[in-house]
Ligand binder design. Sequence first.
Ligand code: NAP
Length: 492
Amino acid sequence: MSEQVNISELVGQEWGIYIDGKSQKASTAKTVDLLSPANGEKIASVAVGAAEDVDLAVKSAHKAFKEWGALTAFERERVIKKALDYVRTQADRLGMLMALEQGKPFAQSRKEILGSCDTIDYYASEGPRIEGYINPVEKSNYRSLVMYQPIGVCGLITPWNYPVSLLSWKLGPALATGCTIVVKPTMVTPLSPTAFCMALVEGGIPPGVLNVVTGSGSVVGEALVKHPMVKKIAMTGSSDTGKRIMQTAAPYLKKVSLELGGQCPAIVCADADLDNAAYVIAYKGFRNCGQSCSSVNRVYVHESVHQQFLEKLKIEAEKLSLGDGVIEQDVDLGPMTTVDGLNIVKAHVEDALSKGATLITGGKAPEGVKYQQGNYYLPTILDQATDDMQVMRDETFGPVVPVQVFQDLKDAVEKANDTTYGLVSYLFTKDLRTAHETSETLEAGTIAINCGSVNTNYAPYQGWKDSGFGLELSRKSVFEYLKTKHIKIELV
Ligand code: NAP
């Protein structure tokens, strides 16, 4: 149990929208109840915002932009880092809110809060390193300078699987470049992102620089995308929602960046370190109950190591502990976040079994009284998977790893690429030539060879095809929040 957090004080509160440093009721005066994925009990009630609330929040951000955008990057770096010092002291409380609403065990939720602070810290340091440049010119009395300026008010729209981490990927570059912000967290997990933003303001980010409006995507999200004072939208979510957002933003010629869905393949070659492959694939397939855009969704394994690999993967899957991560805080897996998500998993597994897949492990909820009220599902491995199965084509977004055998690596690569998605592809081999040549032909923005840690602050994360537009992470992502200005001078 976390000794620092009194869980009963966190539960049962009414959460408002957060504008200009103040928590307030939404204009609708409506709230919805948020229920625990572990036991179905009420956790909190959350304000249902409307377009009027978005307008208030955007105007607050617009007003704050005049001062925040005018600070030097060095001044902003100091303010942001001081605020982060405070947020880090709140990691237990914020992590517990995430564990309560999302189902992610407390230890992992707390880690997500601290990792999110590190991401924002990375960008705070990056701010003073955004350099302009001076061009060579055609006449001796010309001067040509290029500089970057913050784009203005940004609308950040976020999903529920990593509710604070995916927010920090956007907050970091937005704050460091001098933009001001309105966040629209998903209504599935609104508490931890709202509390995280409030903590940043309590720690010293000026009120108005960071605002949060809760409410549905179709109302609050749309109003944010359409608002003429919002100059940029950054969103993580499903490909369908991303495409809708892009269409809505098009008439306003808004800058948009989208991190979207995935259906990520893993290829296990004959020469792979099978212990490592099984460990990484279990980690990427089952972590956070498979509710990750970069989850391993399907495995192609060379026929010569198929049985050996399956045995090792089964051992890894069956090692994982399940429980309510609010109480059993170090457990590996909590419940899935939503009943809808759980039903998709059940339907995909049923579809695969009806089409001839072999169940190696899992395929059902764990047995026992403590699992009866929650959205629990065992880590599941399916062998003999075929291309027509939903688990091999759609985003299952659950703890399911289907396995198919290959003879020729070329066929495995072709199958890996045969998808509308292009987020992450995994490859397991010890051969340098295979590693280089195959990574060059795999169609994804990230190729992970013999490892699963795909998201790092220092490297770009870009979805190809239906998996995204623009990029996040790395120093390059600051340009998603900047405008370019060329200043040409004739010395008369
Ligand atoms: P989602 O249903 O697409 O929702 C994402 C966000 O968009 C939510 O805040 C949602 O609000 C909002 N939204 C919905 N309709 C909108 C509209 N018309 N206009 C503006 N905003 C709108 O996705 P999700 O179920 O939360 O998240 C899971 C998906 O995210 C998966 O597909 C996963 O692969 C993807 N994902 C991608 C990455 C990546 O980096 N590529 C990372 C994590 C997750 P409400 O939910 O409140 O309605």
